[in-house]
Design a protein around this ligand. Structure first.
Ligand SMILES: Nc1ncnc2c1ncn2[C@@H]1O[C@H](COP(=O)(O)OP(=O)(O)O)[C@@H](O)[C@H]1O
Ligand SMILES: [Mg+2]
Length: 253
């Protein structure tokens, strides 16, 4: 069982700023994510379907934001766009101070791999690798030496309560444990931004709360900016801010 002590479910950004984290944040831009009039269309032949219809957002560094709204509103599309997995059709996206619309796909890949972590509804762990190997993979891909990558991944897995499970394959652990390992993999590279898409959607209530608390704790410890798309009202309530997306737009009501 994960050690969930020290979790403050409604802490504000300011009271998370102690010592080192404050120092680290001094070097970060005030806003990790600025989106200006983002549009995103999909095309089926000549037919255009506009999914994002002029999204404007400013997300502060270290802020934890819940993205809510009905199915089909465009939450996943927005996360993919903010995470540089898809390019917007138009608009400006400034991530960690980079004006990404001016950067080529190669630079996008580098920014994404270095600064952004993803956690999805389904864990997407590689079935033939152990939890430790899975969690260390992003570091291995980034060129970190095997032993160092394993050590860092091991620490993170231990911090999400998987110390005794590291040598297991994903198929040998529970759904909640798989998702915790996916969180460790997402956070192992210390991403400045963590994007989560329905991270508890496949879990029962108790396991869902556990993952939520762990996301909050790990992200706060690393001072990552977090956006979580969710249908879960408890997750939304315990975020710093809720942003509602309706029909491809930020709903201000
Ligand atoms: N790759 C795609 N091609 C075409 N249409 C898409 C694609 N991805 C999403 N859509 C459409 O965009 C709309 C918004 O989807 P999505 O962003 O997944 O919404 P949400 O996550 O809020 O449920 C839906 O109508 C969906 O069918
Ligand atoms: Mg979705």
């Amino acid at each position: 069982m994960a050690n969930l002590d020290n979790i403050r479910s409604s802490a504000t950004i300011e009271n998370r700023l102690g010592g080192k984290i404050a120092e680290y944040k001094m070097n970060m831009p005030e806003h990790s994510i600025i989106a200006k009039d983002i549009h995103k269309s999909y095309f089926e032949g000549p037919k255009e379907m506009e999914v994002l219809k002029g999204i404007n957002l400013e997300i502060k560094t270290g802020e934890i934001v819940a993205l809510v709204g009905p199915s089909g509103a465009g939450k996943s599309t927005l996360l993919h766009t903010l995470g540089l997995m898809e390019r917007p059709t138009s608009g400006e996206l400034i991530l960690l101070g980079w004006e990404t619309q001016n950067e080529n796909n190669n630079k996008h890949d580098i920014l994404r791999n270095k600064y952004i972590g993803f956690l999805f509804q389904f864990h997407y762990l590689l079935q033939e690798l152990t939890l430790l190997e899975n969690a260390s993979l992003p570091l291995r891909i980034a060129g970190v030496k095997s032993q160092d990558a394993m050590d860092l991944a091991g620490e993170l897995l231990a911090s999400v309560g998987l110390k005794e499970r590291m040598a297991h394959l994903p198929s040998q652990v529970s759904g909640g444990e798989q998702q915790r390992a996916a969180l460790a993999r997402a956070m192992v590279g210390n991403p400045a931004i963590l994007l989560c898409d329905e991270p508890t959607g496949n879990l029962d209530l108790e396991r869902g709360e556990e993952i939520r608390d762990l996301i909050w704790r790990v992200a706060r410890a690393k001072c990552s900016t977090v956006i979580v798309a969710t249908h879960n009202p408890d997750i939304a309530k315990s975020a710093d801010r809720i942003i509602r997306i309706v029909n491809g737009k930020v709903c201000t009501i």
